[in-house]
Design a protein around this ligand. Structure first.
Ligand code: HEM
Length: 519
């Protein structure tokens, strides 16, 4: 069907159409005919017939009550019949791949006119490509799946595999050798932790926390034990399958009886009589991605302590979906292992050396969570700054209230400090071996995660106060704020609870305390 021809009208002409059966309004220099739509309008008919709306420029009224995306929906785009002669629309839709111009909506290194010692031209080129990739391939799926609770679409996993994102999300290392990364923008040996930070922060912009974990969050924590501790045979089999986006892996450690207390795990693995197989029995809880997963990296109690074993879905493995406060798109599950037999060759690391395998995983996992927490706090600042500017209350924009500005000031200070600390740690990671990181950065990362998630929760609370009722409503203006407030505690719990991490940081510092110092 040919596109409808838009006419030009004068403000005076539009003003004639101010009756129930002949109802036009102007929004941002565009003329809409609401005569038939009014009875379907979710906000009701009467608001559209008000003297300052019917036949009038209702731009301010509209943006005080709707997100711009409403006007982008095809069924509403069709209501536009023309434009105002001599006027131009000024409000633009989100441009694919574009950097936000809202102050503090981007980290300084991306904001116009600022500088950073950390990012190279290659990081900048990579960021552009990554943002475009997310906007084009992930954003819409994220919104839809977060809502319907289904796992991310296979087409998204496939697209990610095409540019080797599944491999890049495992960080720098040998596993990238020979791969073409993001269509060749970054060479495998060039890829560093800042590239990985960019990947995480760009995906987080989708504002869909459950989906974000559904997008193979389980792999980010479940595959490193295979990469670092698996036999060559096991690696050759598992890694290509996972990097292709066709097979999924997750980390199964926590249990109903043992959350942060890893040493208290009760799932057992005993050797078969011929010594060739492990026989696993027990249950795991809150396992991200487990509903959609074909391979599990499982922490088990064995004769000599803890052992980590790779288990493929098969007889005796059952998963049951858990409904947590974010979307079931994350595939969070309860898993039972009932006499599950796996070859002894599936052992990751030493028998009885599982605690080392599990602990060595934590730094990277927690650092990834810091990347994501830092970026999502910034997304809240953008939401709040826009809302506080476009929303009028008591006859003036919200932003003119000192109490609102004070909340924004605190939000901005928190997000900036978290990002700066994160970039410092990331720089250290780039210059340390894995072992040095475990030694020098476990405490720093634990502190940052604990601090960042405390900041995030304060920011979520402030954002809800700024948005009022909309901040607790799943649709409309405050939908991202409501989502953030509902899901912000995931970051504070997953990968280690706040207090446990803060304490870990202090204990790490105490280990480094010189014996010969006194006040
Ligand atoms: C092209 C014109 C318009 C369209 C397509 C439209 C569409 C919608 C939609 C889809 C909603 C549901 C909430 C949401 O998804 O954000 C809504 C709510 C509402 N609309 Fe409109 N609308 C239009 C114009 C207006 C105008 C000019 C007013 C003037 C005051 C208005 C007043 C409201 C009110 C009061 C609500 C309820 C808001 C709430 O629940 O917080 N609408 N509208």
């Amino acid at each position: 069907m040919a596109a409808k021809e838009l006419k030009e009208f004068s403000i005076e002409e539009v003003a004639q159409h101010n009756k129930p059966d002949d109802l036009w309004v102007v929004i941002d220099a565009k003329v809409y005919n609401l005569s038939r739509f009014k009875d379907l309008h979710p906000g009701g008919v009467s608001v559209l017939l008000e003297g300052d709306v019917a036949g009038q420029d209702a731009t301010e009224a509209f943006y005080g009550l709707h997100r711009h995306e409403v006007l982008e929906r095809p069924q509403y785009q069709r209501l536009q019949i023309g434009t105002i002669h001599g006027e131009k629309s000024v409000i633009y839709s989100q441009i694919t791949g574009a950097i936000s111009t809202v102050p503090y909506a981007e980290p300084t290194w991306l904001a116009e006119g600022y500088h950073s010692p950390y990012y190279t031209d290659n990081h900048r080129e990579f960021q552009k490509a990554m943002r475009k990739f997310v906007d084009e391939n992930i954003y819409e799926d994220a919104q839809a799946r977060e809502e319907d609770g289904k796992r991310p679409s296979q087409s998204v996993f496939d697209k990610m595999a095409e540019v080797n994102l599944h491999a890049m999300r495992m960080g720098p290392g040998k596993h990238l050798k020979g791969l073409i990364l993001m269509n060749g923008i970054v060479k495998p040996e060039q890829f560093d932790y800042f590239h990985e930070l960019i990947i995480t922060q760009e995906i987080v912009r989708c504002g869909a926390r459950g989906y974000g974990d559904g997008l193979l969050g389980g792999k980010v924590i479940g595959l490193p034990p295979v990469l670092n501790f698996g036999s060559d045979e096991l690696k050759a089999k598992i890694i290509p399958e996972v990097f292709s986006g066709k097979k999924f892996i997750c980390l199964a450690i926590s249990e109903a009886q043992a959350g942060s207390d890893v040493m208290g795990l009760q799932t057992t693995a005993v050797k078969s009589e011929d010594g060739k197989e492990w026989i696993i029995n027990g249950a795991k809880k809150w396992i991200t991605n487990a509903t959609q997963i074909s391979i599990f990296t499982v922490g088990c109690k064995t004769e000599d302590g803890l052992t980590v074993i790779l288990v493929e879905r098969g007889p005796g493995v059952e998963t049951r979906q858990l409904k947590t406060s974010y979307s079931t798109s994350a595939g969070t599950a309860y898993i039972t292992f009932d006499n599950v037999r796996v070859p002894v060759g599936n052992t990751l690391g030493e028998e009885g050396g599982g605690i080392f395998v599990i602990l060595s995983n934590f730094n990277h996992e927690r650092w990834v969570m810091c990347c994501s927490s830092a970026r999502s706090q910034r997304a809240m600042i953008e939401e709040c700054l826009k809302w506080a500017t476009q929303r009028k209350a008591f006859g003036k924009p919200l932003i003119s209230q000192a109490v609102i500005r004070s909340k924004l000031a605190a939000m901005i200070a928190r997000a900036e400090s978290v990002q700066s600390w994160l970039e410092n740690i990331t720089y250290q990671m780039n210059h340390m071996t894995y072992k040095q990181q475990a030694n020098k950065l476990a405490g720093q990362i634990a502190f940052l995660k604990s601090y960042s998630t405390q900041c995030a929760q304060l920011t979520a609370k402030d954002a809800v106060q700024i948005f009022g009722g909309r901040g607790i409503t799943r649709t409309g203006m405050g939908r991202f704020v409501e989502h953030y407030y509902r899901t912000v505690t995931f970051d504070a719990l997953l990968g280690g609870a706040e207090d446990v991490l803060a304490d870990l940081g202090v204990r790490q510092a105490m280990r480094a305390m010189p014996k010969n110092v006194r006040l």
